[in-house]
Design a protein around this ligand. Structure first.
Ligand code: FES
Length: 256
């Protein structure tokens, strides 16, 4: 079930020139949300952009009744959203889409959560949920440069964190799929979100090693509810709307 809610901004933290972390709350308990789901956030006072922007759920803090969104400033809409202040009201439709499939045998399974750029956002909530279930996740996070590796201190509280940067300023130099941990460790399940070329190579690695793998696609979305068809992905069942049938897909379904 999805809700249209007027949420109140509790914090807007500038993480980096291009990213803000917005925390929102409501007088009533927030709806149940699954890792991998997203929200459509209304951008007020903007005529040049679509009315809402899809943003993945970064984290849910039940103790403070807050939901976190990591917003990358990519255009007019997100730049406008990034200006909200404490006490402002933000209209949000959520939760949308499906979530990641939680492993069945949590205490035995060793999952690897791979995130690239702003695609690391849903991995925080997923990691936190896995830890709550008694699982021990590891994280492999990649970005262009060290400053683009966001929320590392949050990830480090949840499990082992491996990093790569394209310029070598942190972790191993290169792409996530080149990280040495993929040669030294064995994982039972891989979850990934990030730029498409990254997810395609993660999916190839998983396939080659017979590892279950789910990806969260970030196809361009407008309506977020399966009406405009701008987010379709080619699957074994034909063209599916990522916003409605996804954003999470098992790689077995995708024609990559
Ligand atoms: Fe409109 Fe998916 S965003 S159909």
């Amino acid at each position: 079930k999805k809700y249209i809610l007027d949420l109140v901004v509790t914090q807007n933290i500038k993480l980096h020139a291009n990213y803000v972390l917005i925390k929102l709350t409501h007088a009533n308990p927030l709806p149940e949300m699954l890792p991998g789901q997203f929200a459509e956030i209304r951008i007020d006072g903007s005529n040049t952009t679509f009315l809402r922007r899809p943003i993945s759920i970064n984290y849910v803090d039940k103790t403070t009744n807050e939901v976190w969104f990591l917003v990358q400033l990519v255009g007019d809409g997100t730049r406008k959203l990034a200006t909200v202040k404490q006490g402002d009201i933000v209209n949000v439709v959520m939760p949308l889409g499906n979530g990641f499939t939680m492993p069945r045998n949590v205490t035995k399974v060793k999952p690897l959560l791979v995130g690239g750029g702003v695609g690391t956002a849903p991995m925080l909530m997923l990691g936190a949920e896995l830890v709550k279930m008694g699982c021990t996740p590891a994280f492999l996070l990649g970005a262009r440069s060290s400053k683009d590796l966001l929320q590392l201190e949050n990830f480090e509280k949840l499990g082992e964190v491996y990093t790569t940067t394209e310029d070598g300023s942190m972790g191993e130099k290169g792409y996530v799929t080149q990280h040495s941990v993929l040669h030294t460790d064995r994982f039972d399940m891989i979850y990934t979100c990030g730029p498409k070329p990254m997810m395609v190579s993660v999916a190839k690695y998983a396939k080659a090693h017979g590892i279950e793998c789910e990806v969260s696609l970030e196809n361009r979305m407008a309506c977020g509810v399966g009406a405009c068809l701008c987010c379709v992905e080619n699957t074994d069942e034909g063209h599916l709307c990522v916003c409605k049938e996804g954003p999470v897909f098992n790689i077995k379904k995708l024609l990559w």
